[in-house]
Write a protein that binds this ligand. Sequence first.
Ligand code: GS8
Length: 206
Amino acid sequence: MAGKVVVLGFWTSMFGERSRIALEEKGVKYVYRQEDLSNKSPLLLQMNPVHKKIPVLIHNGKPVCESLIIVQYIDEVWKDQAASLLPLDPYDRARARFWADLIDKKFHVAGRKIWSIKGEEHEAAKKEFIEILKQLERELGDKPYLGGERFGFLDIALIGFYNYFYVFESRGNLSMEAECPKIVAWANRCLLRESASKSVADPKKV
Ligand code: GS8
């Protein structure tokens, strides 16, 4: 029951990449429409009138907004196609959602400050950013993926940020490899998957 699936996105958006990776993992065919965020299309404004942001997943004409909600929607609608993206155990699901929420509320915010501001706030953001990376490394432990043995929801939530690794390094004057080698190894492992390598933008171009 694929129906018609359209993704409104933007090429450097880690949030847009989440939707695409989830669809690729499920083997769902979709049409990708790149938005001009400085001149948003009438379709985007109609489909996401509240936030006016990408990504939007349009499934049979109906919009789903907010990337983590989109990934969970894809997982539910195409539940019989490929393995579940979220863990099956309720506690593990809650834990994956907790970390994904932290990525959006803290990691993303601190990372953005690294490349967008200077001074004391920049230094504080850099410290927080590295601290969260180390927390994520602890969550990863010795597992191949944040989702455990299989690539899943939490991996999708974080891997889109790979396209900013180079920006974090150059603007933050830091080495991701030195600060969080396990996360770098994890990212390289994720990028071996076609779903991720097809969807995540080249960090040097970003
Ligand atoms: C964030 C989407 C977002 O920030 C989600 O989907 O998870 N919480 C949302 N989208 C940005 C592009 S990515 O930086 C966007 O559409 N910005 C346009 C604008 O703010 O006008």
